[in-house]
Unconditional design. Sequence first.
Length: 523
Amino acid sequence: MLRIRQLKLNINHTEIDLKNKIIKVLKIKNNELINYQINKQSLDARKNNIHYVYEVDVNVKNENKILKENKNQDILKTPDENYYFNITGTKKMKNRPIIIGAGPAGLFCAYVLAENGYKPLIIERGEKIEERIKTVENFWQNGILNENSNVQFGEGGAGTFSDGKLNTLVKDKFGRTKKVFETFVLCGADKEIMYIKNPHIGTDLLRKVIINMRKKIIDMGGEFLYNTCFTNLIIKDNKLTGIIAGNKKIPCEVLVLALGHSSRDTFKMLNNYLKIQSKDFAIGIRISHKQELINKNQYGNIKNLPPASYKLTYKAKDRGVYSFCMCPGGFVVNASCEKNGLVINGMSNHARNEENANSAIVVTVSKKDFGNKPLDGMYFQRKIEKKAFEIANGKIPVQLYKDFKNKSISAKFKNIKPIFKGNYTFADINQILPDYICSALIEGIENFDKKIKGFANDNVIIAAPETRTSSPIRIIRDENFEANIKGIYPCGEGAGYAGGITTSAIDGIKIAEAISKVYKKTE
């Protein structure tokens, strides 16, 4: 199979156009092309020359002859990018491996382990996705919060109520990324995620994918316990011997901590046993524009292209300001998981067809802002979230950008209408976030207006607080992925080793591999 890179076609091209382009570039006859598949597709959106760029893998007759005749650096042998799982461990497990958390890290660790005969037990404090959806909708409509099953906790993790973004900057030469995407497609995701740049599933489709993943894990020997909170470790001679979950002692010598970034009660408990460090993260607001504005800045007057997204960065004095989790055609959602606390996030369906685009605009914070103790960052987040809850009486605090700059409470929305999940009210966000965050946000937003005209318009809607950009802690692990207590494997975003669905899933796979290097599969 041959790989062809940098195939450029206009935005209105057809499949026949792509096929003809392949034939032309390879300098072959029509009957010499057996078949092809798209490996990558991206949209080059530079104005006045918007076009698609493809990378394709091609089956042809006389492959070696064609490769020899084409002295083109963009025509090469297709490399082997498949994923391989090798079991080299010889130690026998007395008990099945236990995974805490059914987010991306936990699910993919469980999937790969189950696929290879390890029969994991997955313990999730929240509900399975079918019940979780109803609980979250009830919260958004009626304000009734379930602290164990919400936007942050439950099967699928926090990413279930997001845009379902799968893009990652991880350079993966072991096929793990491909394994993640292939698994998603096998479980019902659109096959386009295998090749489009910046792929996403969308919250509506992701829920169905998670259900199918669960069914496959169970079919392969895995088991799930829902509505079951992990509350303590049982340790003897610095080795794990069991856990307490749902008020029951469960024997265990292999424990995967696939925690979410909001597992604060669990962080507090683990701090009694494990080496934990605080880490930098970012906090800020979520900003809403009309999607039409973002499209026009990206595409000009060209229509019928995918909803445009953006990624913006700015250096304000000694702090970074950047866009995070941008949701084209989406919602701003109440993502709270603690009573008397409020936090927001963004969410999009697969079609990304709502009127507004929204994105977090956040400012970096570090130990100099919140302290050196392991959980200081966590308490810093909580303090801001409690203040937001108090000021807006449990509703999402919102403000027009002009009023945010003037430190005044807005009176009414203008040309941009709020598209939110959860109740909202006007408030002064300056009373929620520290002054140094607010000033950096204004400086950054004004700079972003130079890149996207209208970004800093007076009538733009902002909401707060966005505090859960990443975990405020890192649970230290060694070169074998184990914590200071043997048998415990910190994993994923909550443990401080990932940031998003794909990187969390990859980290879950790495943990499965680490376990397979020590233990043979469950008999």
